[in-house]
Design a protein around this ligand. Sequence first.
Ligand SMILES: [Zn+2]
Length: 105
Amino acid sequence: MTRTLHIVAEAPTMEGRRDVVTAVRRGFFGRCPNCGEGRMFRAYLKVADACPVCGEDLSPQRADDAPAYVTMLIMGHFIVAGILAVDELWPNLPMLPVAVGFAVR
Ligand SMILES: [Zn+2]
């Protein structure tokens, strides 16, 4: 007995494709790259496992250390400016208690 295996390849359709520019724009605004409705983050810098609206699997969206790095880069400018301003306003202020106070908080 001979069996014949038929493999049917479907041509890719536009339904399975996603416009990269649209997906990046949606992701930039924190929305699901698939539907643009659901939130992509479940907490600050924490990507949701799936879109709550369309169910798109968002777990492969790995940002690694980039969001934390960008946050520190931006906030560092404010912190350094604050330290310099405090030092300029109160030059004899001991900085160690101030630094420990911010670190404990
Ligand atoms: Zn979605």
